[in-house]
Ligand binder design. Sequence first.
Ligand code: ZN
Length: 143
Amino acid sequence: MAAACELCAVAGGEVIFRNARLRIVLVDDANYPGFCRVIWNAHVREMTDLAIPERSALMQMVCQVEAAQREVLQPEKINLACLGNMVPHLHWHLIPRFADDAHFPHPIWASPVRQTAEDVLAHRRALLPALRAALLRHASCTA
Ligand SMILES: [Zn+2]
């Protein structure tokens, strides 16, 4: 555990699934319902700090989350990002993207280019219970 590491201190979102190695969290982002992170539990900096079977387990779980997001949300695209510049504790962002989202076609960390209609966002938020169930089902396949 590194001093003052946010992802060692807190879950990093609503924990949907957790095993000995990693956890899946749902991120509370008003513009991006269904945004998930897969976070390695131990304080590890880079993918190459993991043994090959661990890398494989992590990427398999990333793919399971992506599958659940596609199934429930049917996005235009899923963005996968492993940045860690701010929090150098290994985690993958999985962001369902839609042509009408606030930043499309740019990364969500760019400047917004529009505001998504509130009813559209409400419709996507209404899918979150189904997404939670799908995430659990998919995570159990690989865990
Ligand atoms: Zn950490």
